[in-house]
Write a protein that binds this ligand. Structure first.
Ligand SMILES: [Zn+2]
Length: 401
């Protein structure tokens, strides 16, 4: 329906006649222009077809896909708050109701993989009243092994992306989250460029973390605060983050989106700088590092594409856009599994196959450590087990006896 945040999209002949009746411009070949036309079509479809049943079916579709690519736990980072107008794009949802179908699926005993839910807040009001009420009235890390809440993220307030405006409520929001002793997660996409020589979002977020530390010393380390994505970070930024116990969640989304950042002033790679970050994480009291994907309209859920990018630096066109920052297969596998458990405060239960941990594992269709680079992208699960239950059987293994 909609590529990325606002289209373009396309439809078949049946959809074309329905959408045209709604005033949407659809080309003879079914193409719908990105922006207003695509948004109008999306709003119509959401208002007519997105019933509770359909939402539950979509949850199961996503889970059924996840188990085929070997994903057994998913951290949901919320959405941009929907307005139920054509201003909404693919990444908009109602943050207050969007998880109800997930909870219903788990209530019905049909949940295949584990879900962890962060609360996203992106207010521009300097008093962040919504965040204030969330911190008073919700419970972090509440739930069971299959589904539970997390912290505030991946935004705590508006105004960091990619360069913060004056009077952003971000610093106050960081202090507020710290006072409540919650975990905070934010994202960073910015870098210094010739168009944007000002302080990029990472440095601004670091200021927010430091403001939180000043008010409540030790909160960043104790509550495991994290900055995600981080394509354009530098060693001195990492050093400053390390000092206060901050942490990073990396993504390989540049595999699809990235070209060489020709306008970069001081980051000669597409990022994230995997090598620099993983090496930094090895120091005593180093930052914790995990790996993630970002929203599915930005990057694929399929972890093997992200792992391909992290280990080769090649984008989908085969162009080396992240030179000298490659990490090993062992390293990225650890980021995606063992290290991620820590970010959920579940390192004693998730992330590695050990006695006493939850029984989550996958059997792959080829040898991850032996296949050529290009074949990394073709890796799939032939058997996925969650909590000791087989949730995906590719029919390859003989499970009798
Ligand atoms: Zn993000």
């Amino acid at each position: 329906m909609m590529i990325s945040f606002t289209g373009p999209g396309s439809t078949n002949s049946a959809g074309r006649s329905i959408l045209q009746a709604q005033g949407v411009t659809v080309a003879d070949n079914g193409a719908i222009a990105g922006g207003a036309q695509c948004s109008r079509a999306l709003l119509y479809l959401r208002q007519t077809l997105l019933t509770p049943e359909e939402r539950r079916r979509s949850v199961l579709d996503a889970m059924q896909y996840a188990v085929t690519v070997g994903v057994t736990t998913h951290l949901d980072q919320g959405a941009f708050q929907a307005t139920n107008t054509t201003a909404d794009g693919a990444a908009h949802e109602d943050n207050y109701t969007m998880h109800i179908p997930f909870l219903e699926v788990y209530d019905q005993g049909k949940g295949l993989i584990r879900t962890r839910i962060n609360f996203l807040h992106m207010e521009s009001d300097p008093n962040t009243p919504e965040l204030a009420q969330r911190l008073k009235n919700a419970f972090p890390f509440l739930g069971n092994d299959m589904v539970k809440t997390g912290g505030i993220g991946e935004f705590i307030a508006a105004g960091t992306n990619p360069a913060p405006p004056q009077n952003s409520p971000f610093l106050d929001a960081a202090r507020r989250v710290a006072r409540a002793n919650w975990r905070a997660e934010v994202h960073s996409l910015g870098r210094r460029t010739t168009q944007n020589p000002n302080k990029p979002d990472f440095e601004f977020e670091l200021d927010g973390f430091l403001a939180a530390e000043a008010e409540r010393p030790g909160v960043v380390r104790a509550q495991r605060w994290v900055i995600a994505h981080v394509p354009g970070v530098h060693q001195d930024w990492l050093d400053r983050l390390e000092k206060i116990g901050g942490n990073l969640s990396l993504t390989g989304w540049q595999y699809l989106a990235g070209g060489f950042p020709s306008t970069a002033l001081d980051a000669p790679y597409a990022g994230p700088p995997f090598r620099m970050i993983v090496d930094t994480s090895r120091r005593p009291n180093g930052i914790h590092v995990g790996m993630s994907s970002d929203g599915m309209q930005i990057a694929p859920m399929n972890p093997w594409l992200h792992m391909y990018f992290a280990t080769t630096g090649l984008n989908t066109l085969g162009v080396l856009i992240n030179p000298k920052q490659q990490i090993t297969r062992q390293e990225v596998l650890s980021l995606y599994t063992r290290q991620n458990g820590w970010f959920l405060r579940e390192e004693d239960d998730l992330g590695s196959i050990e006695e006493g941990k939850l029984g989550d594992l996958v059997v792959l269709n080829s040898d991850y450590f032996a296949v050529p680079d290009e074949d990394l992208k073709k890796i799939r699960s032939v058997l996925t087990v969650v909590g000791g239950n087989v949730v995906h059987d590719g029919g390859v293994l003989d499970l009798r006896g």
